[in-house]
Design a protein around this ligand. Structure first.
Ligand SMILES: Nc1nc(=O)c2cc3nc(NCCN4CCCCC4)[nH]c3cc2[nH]1
Length: 373
């Protein structure tokens, strides 16, 4: 890896900005949405189809891949990019969040976490050092520091203990990551909904020094209003010349609100997961294709959409294959949703570059009906 990792801000509109993250495996246009490829696949999608939706980067998960097929096996087979046939950038989450949300019999100490696999009950350990080793074996381009996602709600003392542990783990992550040209390590801010703790966390991460900075501990049940309250101040606490990544977000209106508040990168299972359940996101709101009212409807999901589902299939067909639990239902709705999310990102990038973000946002909200359409 000769080429460097770099981030250039290219335009701003209020607190929002557009930029380009340069990596040896390609460029990432920001604000960027990362489809989630948890088990080395974006479910129901071929990698070339994911690329066709406009994605520049995918997210993978340390937790899932360490359990199955193991990071060592993926390394022996040439690394995660080769393994899953995606040659563009990959960001991998560091595992702590998934342990707390998926694994059994967890034990958390200063050293790290031990847990039982949700797949076969085998026992495993994750520490900052082991997480860095796994992410290096996978060959991911953007590595996340090993942290604890503070549960919500947490009282101030609990949140502080959690944040301070994550900051000690951030330093251990930085030291274990070492110097890997062309690869980036992102720190993760914690501090729950407490402004002073968010500031202390940001200051500590700056002192350690990272290639990018994530806002963790959100999208954990606090609700959009509380999340936006934190996003009123948290992004500006992080270096403005580095990418700011809001983890786990979100619904289209979460994404728009986060970009307005200075966020550059996001990821969420929503477009793929909800596609498999029959939910289609459109500029007018959410279509639940399982609803009987679609069974005779010859129109596409969204006549303005250029994705394969909207170009070639009727709502009646999508209703039928969803009801019949046909595999193509997951394929077409996932493709449509990922296409819609990437179109939304392109719309945001264009609006920021042309200084018309406020108009874009009010038009975005005006079009959308509440509830299913
Ligand atoms: N390393 C790490 N640290 C975090 O604080 C974190 C915080 C997060 N918050 C979320 N929220 C995901 C919400 N998602 C919404 C759609 C349905 C499934 C859950 N994902 C996260 C991932 C995270 N990863």
């Amino acid at each position: 890896m000769t080429k460097k990792f770099n981030f250039d801000v290219t335009a701003t509109d209020g607190r929002a900005r557009t930029g380009v993250i340069s990596t040896p495996r390609g460029e990432i246009r920001t604000p960027a949405f990362m489809p989630v490829g948890t088990a080395a696949t974006v479910k129901a999608m071929l990698p070339e189809s994911v690329r066709a939706t406009g994605a520049d980067i995918l997210l993978g998960n340390t937790y899932h891949l360490m359990l199955r097929p193991t990071a060592e096996r993926i390394a022996r087979l040439g690394g995660l990019h080769r393994f899953m046939n995606w040659d563009r950038p990959i960001l991998t989450d560091s595992g702590g969040f998934q342990v707390m949300s998926l694994a059994g019999l967890r034990k958390l100490t200063e050293e790290g976490v031990t847990f039982k696999s949700h797949i076969d009950g085998s026992r495993h350990a994750l520490t900052p050092e082991r997480s860095m080793e796994i992410q290096a074996l996978l060959g991911s381009d953007i590595v996340m520091a090993f942290d604890e996602c503070t549960p919500f709600p947490s009282d101030e003392a609990t949140a502080r203990r959690s944040m301070e542990l994550s900051m000690r783990w951030a330093r251990r992550s930085r030291e274990a990551f070492g110097d890997r040209p062309g690869h980036a390590l992102f720190g993760i801010q914690q501090g729950s909904v407490y402004r002073d703790q968010r500031q202390e966390s940001a200051d500590k991460l700056r002192e350690i020094g990272f290639d990018g900075y994530a806002i963790g501990g959100l999208a954990v049940g606090e609700g959009q209003a509380t999340m936006f309250e934190v996003l009123e101040y948290a992004p500006a606490m992080l270096p403005e010349d580095r990418p700011r990544y809001l983890m786990g977000v979100g619904k289209p209106d979460d994404i728009v609100g986060a970009v307005e508040r200075g966020i550059d990168m996001m990821d969420c299972v929503l477009p793929s997961r909800s596609g498999r359940t029959g939910q289609a996101f459109t500029r007018f709101g959410v279509v639940n294709i399982r609803n009987a009212r679609h069974q005779d409807d010859p129109r596409p999901l969204d006549e303005h959409c250029t994705c394969p589902a909207c170009r070639n299939y009727s709502r009646a067909y999508l209703h039928h294959v969803n009801r019949a639990q046909e595999i193509i239902a997951s394929m077409l709705l996932t493709w449509h949703n990922l296409h819609y999310f990437q179109e939304l990102m392109q719309g945001l990038r264009d609006a920021i570059a042309e200084g018309r973000l406020a108009a874009f946002v009010s038009d975005f909200h005006a079009r959308r009906a509440e509830g299913d359409i």
